[in-house]
Structures are given as C-alpha cells and as structure tokens.
Design a protein around this ligand. Structure first.
Ligand code: TXA
Ligand code: MG
Length: 349
C-alpha cells in the first residue's frame, strides 16, 4: 500500500484533504493525524475491523486498549455509560486538551477497541486539524500513538512515515506536535479518580478542580510486581536501540560522571551518545552530544524528548548517557518516559 502524505496548514485547513481522510476512515482504512500531544494512528472507533488493522499496523498486542478521540464534548455521553460529576468538572477545566478520561463503556463501543475491557478511554484533543478530521470521520476516532510498538511516540509526520509507511492509507502532516508527551490518563470509572499515566495536566492542576486523587501504584513503585491499570504501561516502551542510562545528581557531578563513563566506553571501542541541555552541552568533551533544550523550559524538554531518542537510532552509538529531568511542573511526566526508555537504569552520583 502506498501511504499518501498530505500537508495541512493550521491557518487555512484544506477541507478537501480532511474529507478525503474522513472517507478513508469511514471505509475502514487508517489515517495518522497530528494532535497537540503526539501523532495518533486513527481508525473508526466503532468498527471492530479498524481496531484490528491498527493493532496490525503498529505491531501492537491486541489486549492494549485504544483511546477514542472525540471533537464535541456531548459525544462522550454516547459512548460512556456513566459520567460522574468529578469527570464533568475535569472535562470543563481541561477539554479540549491533553487529558484522557476512562469511563464504563456503552455497548456501542466494540470490545476490539477497548482490548476486551468494560471501560473506554476518551480524549478530546485541542488540535484544530485533529478536531476537523474527527468530525469528518464520523465523530469517534480510535487512536494510539502513531509509532511502531515499542518505539518512541511520533511528534512529526516524518517520524510517522519512518514507522508506518506502506502500512496505512494516509498521514496528515500538521508539523511538529507542540507538547511532545502523550496525554495524562485518569480513571474516573471508580469511586476515587486515579492517575494512570502522568502528562502535562498534572495532579496538582486536577486536584485544584476536584480535590484529592490517587496515583496508580505502578507509577510510584515501577519496579514492583503490581499490575498497571493502563495495560499499555506494562510494555517496554520508547527504548532506543542503544542502551540508555540516566545519570542523576548535582549538575557538576553528573557532567564529570558522564565524561568519565564516556571516556571509559570509548576505550572499549564503543560509540557514545549524550543527552544534555543547552546549558551543559558544551561541557561534554566526547561522544555525540544532543540537547533537549533549555533546562528551565520544561516545554522545550518535553517537545524534543522523543525526537532526540529517535534520532540516536539513525546513528551508530552503542550506549547513551542522559541527564535527569525532574522539573517542578511536568518533571514527573518527562521522567516517566525517560525512565521507561532507559529500562529504569539510573546511576546516582
Ligand atoms: O496523547 C495521547 O494520549 C495520544 C494521542 C494520539 O491522543 N494517544 C496515546 O495512545 O498515547 P496510546 O495507545 O499510545 O496510549 C494509551 C494508553 C495505553 O497505555 C492504554 O493501555 C491505556 O491508554 N488505555 C486505553 N484505554 C484504556 C482503558 N479502558 N483502561 C485503562 N487503560 C487504557
Ligand atoms: Mg503509545
């Protein structure tokens, strides 16, 4: 199959292209599209055959449920059996935006879409191209992140093409995804809301709206045997081909340690990659150094994280050392992704 790539301009959305993409979904095909978080791989959420195609295109296990994307708030009531009051307040505060909520599902949503679960994850993206596309596709678009299973999520159309070209009908190219990390996921299907995946909508932001929330134990103690409530969180994720290791501590100690480890690895004939910041990049004497952006700008770090992880796969580095990024606001979300990419290998100095 040839994958068509269509550029769409935010300032002047070409409805002919959007309608073409909508028709592809209605006839059971797949279209990757931009959202404010990462690119999504979209199929018709109400068509079980489309869910199967998504799993096949990504190489993803089919017990891993898909998020249903909507463009109008009222549509949540068509697929969710109950929408508790706390959920309504979160929707009011953060939709459209990077927040996914999990509800008990209505029978209209096929089991294939939810990986056999009795619940459905729903998100209303703020991205304008995404909203236009969802409406053109009939209102309910199932979409995981548009990457091959296990690889970092995609933040540009070129990254999507790298992973999925030849496997899907179309890619809508809306440029770089501005947030760069996937949505926060909250389960509102039980008594007390539980955060299953951290994102740029933080616990503190949501607690200001609805009061105390829980965090899935897996996020607190990732090495334990506790089963994550979001099935996808159990899978190996984001990992670059080279072995990634995080170095954590005072900046000057981190730099000294990374320089020493790099020199040692090079003596063994290894090629080394380094993940740094604008402030520290020049302090590394050896290795292939890439910066995520300014350390005090968490938005820059999150926007470039997956791009930098991916870009190392095009090099011949054997191992990568990364600085640690526990910033004040979205640090938890950034570190959650980086720790997964590193298989939780951390050197504390
Ligand atoms: O920002 C995002 O959320 C992006 C964009 C495309 O919207 N989507 C995304 O989808 O990250 P995906 O499939 O890569 O991650 C969805 C996560 C998975 O870990 C999955 O297991 C979990 O959400 N999930 C989906 N439905 C669920 C449900 N009913 N109960 C628990 N977890 C669920
Ligand atoms: Mg994903």
């Amino acid at each position: 199959m040839e994958t068509r790539i269509r550029k769409v301009n935010y300032k002047n959305i070409d409805l002919k292209i959007i309608q073409e993409a909508g028709r592809i979904l209605k006839s059971g095909g797949l279209v990757a599209f931009p959202t404010e978080t990462v690119y999504g791989l979209g199929g018709d959420a109400l068509n079980p055959a489309s869910a199967e195609k998504i799993y096949a295109a990504k190489g993803r296990p089919s017990d891993n449920p898909l998020i249903v994307h909507i463009a109008d708030k009222a549509d949540v009531y068509r697929i969710a059996e109950q929408v508790p009051e706390q959920a309504e307040r979160l929707m009011e505060a953060f939709w459209p935006g990077p927040l996914t909520l999990i509800f008990p599902k209505k029978p209209l949503v096929p089991d294939k879409t939810t990986g056999g679960l009795p619940t459905v994850a729903v998100r209303m993206p703020s991205d304008k191209i995404a909203a236009a596309f969802i409406r053109a596709a009939g209102g309910f678009v199932a979409a995981p992140s548009a990457n091959a299973s296990g690889r970092p999520s995609t933040t540009t159309a070129a990254h999507v093409a790298e992973d999925l070209s030849g496997r899907i009908e179309m890619i809508l190219d809306g440029g770089q995804a501005v947030i760069g990390l996937e949505s926060t996921i909250v389960d509102v299907s039980e008594e007390r809301p539980v955060i299953l995946r951290p994102g740029v909508i933080t616990k503190a932001m949501m607690e200001a709206v609805i009061g105390p929330m829980e965090t899935d134990q897996v996020l607190i103690a990732p090495d334990s045997d506790v089963k994550p409530k979001a099935p996808g969180m159990k899978y190996r994720h984001y990992a670059p081909k080279a072995e990634l290791m995080i170095v954590e501590g005072e900046t000057k100690d981190v730099i000294a340690t990374m320089n020493r480890l790099t020199a040692e690895a090079e003596l063994q004939g290894k090629r080394v990659g380094i993940i740094a910041t604008d402030e520290t990049a020049r302090c590394y004497e050896r290795g292939l150094v890439k910066s995520l952006g300014a350390r005090n700008c968490e938005g820059e770090i999150s926007m470039h994280l997956f791009e930098v992880l991916r870009s190392f796969d095009e090099t011949d580095v054997d191992c990568i050392y990364s600085e640690s990024f526990g910033g004040a606001v979205i640090g938890q979300a950034i570190m959650n992704r980086l720790l997964k990419a590193a298989g939780h290998r951390v050197i504390k100095v």
